[in-house]
Write a protein that binds this ligand. Structure first.
Ligand code: NA7
Length: 556
């Protein structure tokens, strides 16, 4: 039982425009943050750029969008009644259902009263005397708060490609990460999809069913595993529900990526070729991200990952009828898993359709978009609509859009000019009372996001409660602790194959962005323990500032 005050529909600021906490973003992180803050009796204001809750699931409405983590695990665990009562319909929930879930959570916990929608946070400035943040929003208002929490999401800042002539295109242009709310119908249209990351791979099969012709422009081939999506049976749901406490505990404490799965005790080369192939085959038939969990060394050992990569390349060759197209679809420039592995429904088989063409823009680059066509070096391909599945300025993009000013007027963008620097991914030195949820330097995008979100929200709200118990005015990451953490994040990343790919984990997809491996690869269990130990030692590595005594406050 909790001794915390009951949840109110609206938190009460101490004075007009003065909050305990301002939260930026009302995705899964912002919503849970608001819920916890209210339970602690704090006043909070959430600003959200979208028209409703849901964050990434509010924006990414492209055809075929669905989660790549199984629904029964990609869901909040903080409220047992919620997890017992919500019915996921499919193994991998489609975007509309995840959005409905987010809306249900907002209704169930009566969150909307403290969320201001269609409002961007433009600026946040720290007042070193008052130890508060001054937050300015796109509606021209400024509020103050002791704490600011950036719950801005890792994949929220859609990246438009810099292609000559894009603005001259006469047909409709869609970005997968910023999809319109109204139905988009491609029936009878010649469509071009640029990009074959997860969003391209999910949308291509669906668009191909509508379009009169679909041209897929691929720069880099990606590894993708069949999702084997299916309806969830009541029995499957019940198996999770009956064991949820233990499943959630294992996800939090024992899994590298926060997804419960069998953990192998063998490496790929511990088995002979036939046995290895049989194991890959069995995971391929089962489908999903657990393909990479078949052996324990696929992320670390080149000889091991080569066996998995070879298996997937063979599968692509089996599925795709035209040998030339199959060859182009076989990834060969990065270790399997060093970019986020995709899961798909019939992506490779889609290239057997007579109305689908693959164009390799590595050998034949796009030169220009014309009013009704895409011009590559070798040809001109007429299209009526363009879908840009070109990804995001990931992890730091949404934070960078806010003019954040910490001590001595230094901006966060100045501090992060050579790459993000944080202590535990939670705070950055020089920016007191500013917390980041699933920021760079934490497991974040390498994990089941909801597991990592819950861990951060709980750590941050516990920290705020600890501060209030001691009447502390400010907490800030120490520079030494931050330097050591950044070095550790880097060292762990370089003990794996991840940095070998030009991935968005490295910032490599955004021209001019510093190339640093951003997420912490040590695993969610290890990371949670580190964060818990830091808290147990009185927030070791952080510096705190005491609140001024009341008489001094009154005098000043
Ligand atoms: P990704 O994974 O970043 O994929 C973007 C794709 O777009 C990728 O194939 C890129 O090729 C391609 N791209 C990007 N810019 C260009 C330009 N200028 N010209 C041609 N092709 C381009 O983004 P997604 O939205 O698919 O997925 C992001 C995450 O969301 C995913 O990992 C899941 O976690 C959910 P490149 O590889 O750079 O050669």
């Amino acid at each position: 039982m909790s001794a915390l005050p009951s949840v109110s529909a609206k938190s009460q600021p101490a004075a007009a425009g003065a909050y305990d906490v301002v939260v930026v973003g009302a995705g899964f992180a912002g919503m849970y943050m608001l819920h916890r803050l209210r339970r602690q009796g704090l006043s909070a204001r959430v600003y959200e750029q979208g028209g409703d809750v849901g964050g990434t699931w509010y924006w990414n409405r492209y055809p075929g969008a669905r989660c790549d983590v199984e629904s029964m695990q990609y869901s909040y665990s903080f409220d047992d009644e919620l997890q017992q009562q919500w019915d996921w319909s499919e193994r991998y929930a489609p975007q509309p259902e995840i959005l409905k879930y987010a809306q249900h959570v907002a209704d169930r916990f009566d969150l909307r009263g403290d969320i201001q929608f269609e409002t961007r946070v433009d600026r946040a400035e720290f007042d070193e005397i008052a130890n508060t943040w001054s937050v300015t929003t796109s509606d021209g208002r400024t509020v103050t708060a002791q704490y600011v929490v950036l719950a801005t999401g890792c994949l929220s800042n859609a990246k438009m490609p810099d292609i000559k002539g894009l603005g001259d295109f006469k047909g409709k242009v869609y970005h997968t990460g910023h999809w319109p709310h109204e139905e988009v119908d491609f029936t009878g249209l010649r469509v071009g999809v640029i990009g074959t990351g997860s969003s391209g791979i999910q949308s291509v099969p669906v668009i191909a069913e509508q379009a009169s012709h679909l041209t897929v422009f691929q720069r880099t081939a990606n590894f993708s595993i069949p999702a084997r999506n299916a309806e969830l049976t009541p029995g499957e749901r019940e198996a999770f529900r009956a064991n949820y406490p233990e499943i959630r505990r294992i996800a939090r404490e024992e899994m590298r990526n926060g997804i419960v799965q069998e953990v192998p005790d063998r490496g790929a080369l511990d088995d002979g070729e036939n046995e290895r192939r049989a194991k890959f085959e069995s995971r391929w038939s089962k489908g999903g991200l657990t393909f990479m969990g078949v052996y324990n060394n696929l992320a670390f050992d080149k000889a091991a990952y080569d066996t998995a990569a070879g298996f997937v390349r063979d599968k692509i060759a089996e599925i795709v009828e035209d040998p030339q197209t199959a060859k182009l679809l076989q990834p060969n420039d990065h270790p399997i898993g060093s970019k986020r592995i995709c899961i798909d429904t019939d992506f490779f088989a889609t290239f057997n359709r007579p109305n689908v063409t693959l164009v390799d823009i590595k050998s034949d680059p796009i030169r220009q978009i014309l009013p009704h066509a895409v011009r590559t070096s070798a040809r001109e391909i007429e299209v009526d609509a363009l879908v840009l599945a070109t990804g995001f300025d990931a992890m730091t993009g949404s934070v960078a859009k806010i003019d954040i000013r910490g001590r001595n007027g230094q901006t966060l963008n100045q501090k992060w000019a050579e790459g993000p620097k944080t202590y535990l991914g939670l705070m950055s030195a020089g920016f007191p009372n500013l917390f980041i949820v699933t920021g760079p330097g934490s497991p974040s995008v390498l994990s089941n996001m909801i597991v990592s979100i819950e861990q951060h929200v709980e750590w941050i709200t516990d920290c705020i409660a600890w501060m209030r118990d001691r009447d502390l005015a400010a907490i800030e990451a120490g520079r030494d602790a931050e330097d050591r953490w950044v070095a550790h994040v880097n060292e762990v990343a370089h003990s794996t194959l991840y940095p070998q790919a030009n991935s968005w984990y490295m910032g490599a997809n955004v021209p001019g962005k510093p190339q640093i491996f951003m997420p912490y690869i040590g695993g969610v269990g290890v990371y949670r323990q580190i964060c818990n130990d830091v808290a147990a030692k009185g927030y070791e590595g952080f510096a705190t500032t005491a609140a001024e005594p009341p008489q001094k406050r009154a005098a000043s």
